[in-house]
Ligand binder design. Sequence first.
Ligand code: RUQ
Ligand code: CUA
Length: 648
Amino acid sequence: MRIQVGTAAALLGLLVAACGNRSESGNGGDDASVVGLMNERGLSEQDVIAALKTYTPTGKHDEYYCFASGGHGGNLIVIGVPSMRILKYVGVFTTEPWQGFGYDDATIELLGSVKDGENRFTWADMHHPALSETNGSYDGKYIFVNDKANPRIGVVDLSDFVTKQIVGTELIQSEHGACFVTPNTDYVIETSQYPAPLGGAYAPIEEYNDKYRGAMIFWRFDRERGRIDTAASFAIELPPYMQDLADCGKKVSDGWVFCNSINTERAYGGTLEGKPPLESGSSQNDMDYLHCINWRKAEAVAKAGKTETIAGMRTISLKTAIAENLLAFVPEPKSPHGNDVTPDGTGIVVGGKLDTHTTVYDTQKIAAQIEAKQFVGEDPYGVPILDFQKSIKGQCKIGLGPLHTVFDDKGFAYTSVFIETVVAKWSLADLKVVEKIDTHYNIGHLVAAEGDTVDPDGKYLIAMNKWSLDRFAPVGPLLPQNFQLVDIGGSSMNLLYDMPLPLGEPHNAQIIKADKLKPIETFKPSGMEPILGKVDPHAVADGQQRIERQADGVHVYMTAIRSHFKPDIIRVKEGDMVHLHITSVEQATDATHGFAMGGQDVNVSLEPGKHCNISFKAHRAGVFPFYCTEFCSALHLEMAGYMLVEPR
Ligand code: RUQ
Ligand code: CUA
């Protein structure tokens, strides 16, 4: 393809004029001018404009951070936008060897803080990260993530990008509607998906209707401590529908939380037992139920002690929730999935996977009808139901299979449409589609810059596509996921960049302005243990290095500094418990060390000022070299030592 200079747009024309005659820096082609490169690589003008909008020169930082779920990897992916450069993987539910996450005493304990009996989990199914908010805006302090498979919530502190806490409850056996935060992050919400007897008990599946239940958990977040306060948390029992995504009211609807459900048919499969598969059994009804919960009322009810404790969780029973008028349903069309409150809080956009519309509910009408108890019926559990028509603002004819919706700063909504594989842009004012953009292929979630807050930025949107099909060089049957960066700053949407994600399935993400984050550069004061959040009692200052034999084994108080460990010879006896207490006494930002020892599965990261405690048994006699794993100086290879394990 030859490009005619005369057809270039103004921007490109300028570039061409500026660079067209220069060819001195040619690497590869003969003509290194912009036009020459375009011709050589077969790039269109649109391609070059897209490249210019995402290219970020060396040393320049991105305007936004995107925090994407790491899916089965159980970690959080930090990506710069618009360059789409991956900045970090933060270990949350699984080990992250480079960071030593899951290899020292504190992180081993953290990863084991939610277990099932003695079963520890080595993976997670992370879906929906949620940034902490103040007055409905991202405040850049924390991010919460969920594990659908083994119901857990992780709390990541954005001051150091370290996971500080993992909580869970045996009340529920799976979840999906998590994490969603209330506008001031008083609560982090986690909702069950597949009903089961609450608390983990057994009941025959034939007793599904009577014994199986869902629940919404309100994890109380203590901002001062930066931790979830499990004792101050509570739950609400829900009928055995499959509760799905939730979102919190904001501004005029602050105090409410809305949650989708599927399978109001209460099908439970039985394909070998003469029953229809779950998938068809659960898609019989035209309507499912949008759950509307007054969480402020629920909080007061829980505070008044009108709860029963199940598996350690204070739980408001369905009966109490109904009696207190804090739970009501509104019908919602055809296997709903996404549930997204508009920036002004007046609407909730629901996408029905088997529908061709998004439905915009009216939060004020819903609240008023519930207050006035204007119900038109009740479900088999006595939960009051509102009239559909009286509860909506209207519907937008959008295309087949709408899922999730995010918002911009100009009154537009953007909905992922799975079956059609597009992002549909539509106006919240008149509920009309204005434009669609192809997202090859299988779009799931989408995320826009601050697009689920009270003040969205517009600018960028990422379509999070489940399989990339033909987008990249083939790598076998398991295809990369594909994040497609879309420019939504102009009057029409433009695809800027395809970013393969080599792990699945990332599900959802959050995009926040980079200048809202102020991460620390080193751990201060020296000896900080990041999960403890303060100087570790075993921290070691220079001059205090020592080896002590105590009742519970050999304690080694060690420092790391360029380029040696002190002590560097450790003598123990076969069978001894060894406790390493290592403090990095560095303060320069470019001086990270690692500590690894073969044969013991020991591997930690020692960023400047950080302290780690590592315990293991000297399981056999022998000589065990240890060394630094970060190329920290010219004499990095010499940053090493020996543990000598003498035979008994
Ligand atoms: S799900 S693709 Cu968020 Cu877990 Cu909708
Ligand atoms: Cu310290 Cu390499």
